[in-house]
Design a binder for this molecule. Structure first.
Ligand SMILES: Cc1cc2nc3c(=O)[nH]c(=O)nc-3n(C[C@H](O)[C@H](O)[C@H](O)COP(=O)(O)OP(=O)(O)OC[C@H]3O[C@@H](n4cnc5c(N)ncnc54)[C@H](O)[C@@H]3O)c2cc1C
Ligand code: FES
Length: 287
């Protein structure tokens, strides 16, 4: 039986599509999905139209959800043009119909007490952090934001970040905007200055791994939203598994689409991604 939080499959309508730096920002009227969406969840879009050889849906974090949009419930996504699916999406005219499933995955966990939080986004990985910032602020948390990318064109959400956070720090590898370097080059100084008690991060896996290691050394928890390759997005195919250590100490190949997509970074066996670590539950049956 469908509940108020169950994902829906709906025929959405593209309301707008615009270029933002190197990314595309798309608003889709998706009644029912916008009403259910919470920060950290994602949607899966069918791509290629009908008929198509692109069988797999593409996953995108929900950047914004508006229950009362002019066209009914509307969600927004931000995407980079990576391959054939996102190329197809980037060329969709307004009012095109898109098949969309969501919201999928679990929302970001929200702390029970007001904490000093640091939200770190790499490239388009910042997209799910703005709605999170809103929720954290209503819970009394202090929200600092740190956005990083290779170039200024690949930073997403500078204006939104200024609105959402009490302080926004920017970093680019080429130094064209903000500080020069990578997020992790400046993390120590930033965490000390802001007395960070909890990190939320989304971006490339390398960045998430580096943040997790760094945060662990300072005994600060880091919630990482991972974008592991997904095929079904609903827990059926096992494409999206990562080695994760549970509260019971047992390592399991865990489906990030249904158990995540955000995890305590300390539970992910980063060095073992791409393999099945020895001792993983069930792995003995494979050999
Ligand atoms: C939770 C989540 C949130 C995301 N949020 C965003 C976002 O906000 N913005 C954004 O730009 N991107 C996001 N991504 C990444 C996005 O899903 C990919 O960029 C997108 O699928 C690329 O599609 P493509 O057709 O352009 O690329 P292509 O590389 O041509 O195709 C990717 C397709 O191939 C499949 N695939 C590729 N490798 C494998 C493999 N090893 N095993 C199985 N299937 C494979 C993928 O599942 C996908 O269907 C997110 C991914 C996840 C999992
Ligand atoms: S993508 Fe199929 S199980 Fe996660």
């Amino acid at each position: 039986m469908a509940t108020a939080s169950s994902p829906l499959q709906v025929r959405g309508e593209v309301i707008s599509l615009k270029r933002v730096g190197e990314y595309y920002q798309m608003a889709i009227a998706a009644p029912g999905i916008a009403e259910r969406a919470k920060p950290g969840q994602f949607v899966a879009l069918a791509v290629g139209g009908e008929p198509t050889s692109m069988l797999l849906r593409r996953a995108f974090s929900i950047y914004a959800a508006d229950e009362r949009g002019v066209f009914g419930g509307t969600i927004e996504i931000v995407f980079a043009r990576q391959g054939i699916g996102t190329k197809w999406l980037s060329q969709l005219p307004s009012h095109s119909s898109v098949d969309i499933v969501g919201p999928l995955g679990n929302p970001f966990p929200i702390p029970a007490s007001p904490l000093k939080t640091l939200l770190i986004g790499g490239g388009y990985g910042s997209a799910p952090l703005f709605s999170l910032a809103e929720v954290l602020r209503t819970r009394g948390c202090r929200v600092e934001m740190f956005l990083g990318a290779a170039t200024g064109e690949r930073l997403f959400g500078i204006v939104e970040g200024r609105r959402a956070a009490s302080q926004l720090t920017l970093v680019t590898e080429d130094g064209s905007v903000g500080l020069r370097g990578r997020v992790t080059d400046h993390l120590d100084e930033l965490m000390t200055r802001t007395q960070t008690e909890l990190i939320y991060a989304c971006g490339p896996m390398g960045m998430l791994q580096a943040i997790s290691v760094f945060a662990k050394e300072r005994s600060v928890p880091a919630q990482c939203l991972v974008e592991e390759e997904m095929a079904c997005g609903i827990g059926v195919c096992m494409t999206c598994v990562l080695p994760i250590r549970g509260d019971d100490g047992v390592i399991r190949m865990t489906r990030t689409c249904v158990a995540g997509p955000s995890f305590d970074g300390d539970t992910i066996l980063w060095e073992e991604i791409g393999s099945i670590p020895s001792g993983t539950l069930g792995a003995e049956d494979l050999g």
